[in-house]
Design a protein around this ligand. Structure first.
Ligand code: SF4
Length: 92
């Protein structure tokens, strides 16, 4: 009787631990993902969209957590011709 009770309690404890662990992992992952989405590089004028040189100003910190709050960030304009797939625009 005691062994059955011990196994049942252990089984529930392990199950609760697994559920708690999955919850913590998902919560941490969502938090990290939210942080990654705050990296401004994809909307920056200096972002080239080319893996060989991601940024012409700060190539080392581009697309990384170091780029959060980058002081060189410049909002992308239509005149930006960096590695575009469509034909180049000629802007004045
Ligand atoms: S200048 Fe800063 S924000 Fe812009 S692409 Fe380079 S690292 Fe990213």
């Amino acid at each position: 009787m005691m062994l059955t009770l011990f196994c049942a309690v252990s089984g529930w404890a392990i199950l609760m631990f697994l559920i708690w662990n999955v919850w913590i992992t998902l919560k941490t992952g969502a938090s990290h993902l939210k942080t990654l989405h705050q990296i401004p590089c994809s909307g920056c004028e200096y972002f080239t969209n080319d893996y060989r040189l991601k940024c012409t100003v700060n190539p080392v910190k581009a697309c990384s957590l170091e780029a959060l709050g980058c002081l060189d960030f410049e909002p992308k304009t239509d005149c930006c011709n960096a590695n575009q797939k469509r034909p180049r625009k000629l802007c004045k």
